[in-house]
Design a protein around this ligand. Sequence first.
Ligand SMILES: Nc1ncnc2c1ncn2[C@@H]1O[C@H](COP(=O)(O)OP(=O)(O)OP(=O)(O)O)[C@@H](O)[C@H]1O
Length: 596
Amino acid sequence: MENENINKEFNKLSVEQKKVGIYTPPHLRNKQAAPTSQPPPMPSAFSKDKQSRNRSSGWGSAPSQQPPRQNTKKNLKSPSDEFYNRDDVQAPDPRLEARLFGSQHNSGINFKSYDNIPVEVSGVEPPKPIENFDDSDMDALAKHNIRLAGYSTPTPVQKHAVGIVTAGRDLMACAQTGSGKTAAFLIPILSQNFKDGRGEESIPDRRGTIKPVTLILAPTRELALQIYEEAKKFSYRSWVRPCTVYGGTPIGDQLRDLERGCGLLVATPGRLVDLLERGRVSLSNVRYLVLDEADRMLDMGFEPQIRRIVEKEDMPITRQTLMFSATFPRNMQMLARDFLLDYVFISVGRVGSTSENIVQEVVYVEEEDKKSSLLDILHTDAEIAAKSANPTENLTLVFVETKRAADMLCNYLIDQAFPATSIHGDRTQQEREWALKSFRSGKTPVLVATAVASRGLDIPNVTHVINYDLPNDIDDYVHRIGRTGRAGNLGKSTAFFNMHHDKSIVKELYEILSEAKQTIPDWLENCKNQVENQSAFRGGRGRGRARGGRFGATDFRRESKTHHHSGAHQTGYSGNHYGQSNNTWNHSSSNGSSWF
Ligand SMILES: Nc1ncnc2c1ncn2[C@@H]1O[C@H](COP(=O)(O)OP(=O)(O)OP(=O)(O)O)[C@@H](O)[C@H]1O
C-alpha cells in the first residue's frame, strides 16, 4: 500500500513529464536557466589523485549539457525551515514524510553495547571515524534525514564508514548482522551527493539512457527492494531519486520508473545486465559503487555478471567502491583485490561471528522427529506471543534447505492451525513480496524460508530463528540467525542438528558457539571430537575456518606480500585497533609490507 501510494505520486509526476518531453521535478519547474554548472568537486585529496589519473574518463571531465535546476518550491518552505535558503532542498511533504518515517521501530536496548565491540581498521592512512552524526562533516540534509529516521547514535560500522567515504576512500567492511551496514553506505554516499549538487546524469539523456551516480548491487530481489526503501528515507527532500531494478517483475514498469530520473540505482546483477544490453542504463557517471553481500552474489553464480558490470562496461575508475558483508570468504577477498583501490578494511567484532544479542541453542533432533519438535517450539512461541503486549511482535522464521521442503512444511503447519507462509525461489515475485508483507505485519507470524531470506532482510520483531535444516556453509548459518537480534535487540535461535545430516558443519558450528560464549551441549562436543578423530584417521585436515588470530585478521593483504591490481600501486600498510569502549585511536601495527 505504501509502495502503491508513492508510485501513484510518481505517476502523477510522469504526466507532467509527457507534456514537456523530459522530466523536470516539480521544485525545478518554471525556473530560468542558470549558467552551466561546474562538475561537482571531488571529496578529498585522495580522490583528486584518482581524477587526475583518469582525466578522460568518468563524470569529472564531462561538461554539463543542460542548465542546473533550481528549487522553485523555496517559497513554499516556511522561513523557519532550516533549508529555506537552499535551492537544492525541496519543501517538506508531510504525507510522504509520514509514510517514509512513520513506522520507525525503536532500536534495541543493547544498542549502546555496540560501543564495546572491538573494531579493527587497516589500510594506508585510514581516516578517523566520526563520533556522532551531528558533529560530523556530513551535509545538513543528510543529518536532518538521519534524525527523522530516529538514529541518534551511529553504530561502529557507521562511524567508520562515514569517515572513510567522506574522505574519498574505498572501503571493505565486515560487520555483524543487524549492525547497520545499509545506512553505513547510504548515509555518507547521499551526503556526498547532496554536497556535490545535482548532476544532469540523473535524468535520461536524449537516447533515453539513464546514468545513475550511485549504483548498489545486491544479491536478492527482496534485499534490493529493502535497500531502495531505506534510500528513499535518506534521500527525502533531495534531488536524488532512487530506483530499483530486479528480476521476476515486468521490466516495462521498471523502465518507466527509470525514465522519471534516477540518481541512485539499486539492482540485482542479472536485471542490470539486461538493462545495460538494452542501452537503457549506462554506468559512465557512476561515482559510488556498493556491493552489498558480495559473497552471496558470488555463491549465487553472479560473478560473470558482476565482473562485466564493474570491469567491462563504461564505469569510471574514478568511482569510490564499497563492499559490505558480515562474512568475508576468500572469493570475496579476490573481488575486493580486483575492484577496490587503496581501500580501508574495517572489521567490527570478529569477521563472520554472530551477534552477541542472539541466544543460540542447538538441539539434537533426528530427521523423523523434526516436525513434532518444531510444533513444540511453535506452541511455546505462540504462548509467549499471547502474553506479550502486542502478539504480532513475536515472529518466527524457520529455515529449510529446499524449496519443496519449504512448501511441504508450510502446508503442514497450516494444517496444524499455525498461521504460516513461505518464501522461496519457485514462488512468483508477487507471492514472495506478499509472503514477506504478511509476515512483517504479523498476519502470518511463521515464515518458512529457504536461503533466499537469509541475507540482509531487516524484519523487525523476528524474535526466533529456527534452523529446521542446518545449512552446509557456516557463513549461511551466521546470516540466517542474524535475522533476529538486530540493531541491539535480543533474539533467539534454535538449530536442529543430527549426525546424519549435519556432520560437515559440526566443527565450525562448535567454533561459532564457543566464540559467542554460548552453552555448548556435551553431545555436540562429542560429535565434534568424533568428526575430528575420523578426519585425523583419514589424514584429512578438516574444514576449519582458519580465520586466524583474534578479530579482523582476515584482511588478506596482511598475509600476502605481493598482489597486483590494475592501475594501483600501494606501498604502505598499517593496522589500527579501536579500543573497546573508549574508541581511542591506537596504532597497533605498521609493518610497511609491500602488497601490490
Ligand atoms: N544508528 C542507528 N540507530 C538506530 N537504528 C539503526 C541505526 N543503524 C541502523 N539501525 C537499524 O538497525 C536495523 C539493522 O540495520 P541493517 O539492516 O542495515 O543491518 P545490516 O548490518 O545490514 O544487517 P545484515 O548483515 O543482516 O544485512 C535496521 O532496522 C536499521 O534501521
